[in-house]
Design a protein around this ligand. Sequence first.
Ligand code: NAD
Length: 79
Amino acid sequence: MSSRLEGKTVIVTGVARGIGKAIAEMCSEEGASLILIDTDEKVKEVAAGPRTYALVGDVRDAELASQAVAEAVSALRRA
Ligand SMILES: NC(=O)c1ccc[n+]([C@@H]2O[C@H](COP(=O)([O-])OP(=O)(O)OC[C@H]3O[C@@H](n4cnc5c(N)ncnc54)[C@H](O)[C@@H]3O)[C@@H](O)[C@H]2O)c1
């Protein structure tokens, strides 16, 4: 494991499975804080840990998108 993304916060959508899940896991392994969004509850199981925030919902929902950005700003402040 390297730490190329240490101190970074990454927002990944569509992460309950497939390409999004693989990207989220890779970013976690590289040390990033994560904001994860998916309509599927399984989003909560992806890269679960203290630096991961999972949001269940439709990424087309503007309120959810704003919430994700707010979470990212908080995570960046703590990083
Ligand atoms: N798999 C491939 O080979 C491939 C190739 C080129 C492009 N793509 C594209 O890449 C994207 C991801 O592919 P995949 O194979 O990982 O797809 P997938 O269907 O396996 O996974 C998509 C994930 O996105 C989530 N999702 C879908 N709509 C959502 C929404 N509005 N809000 C929140 N979450 C949502 C689903 O719940 C699911 O977990 C797709 O757009 C696909 O068309 C895939």
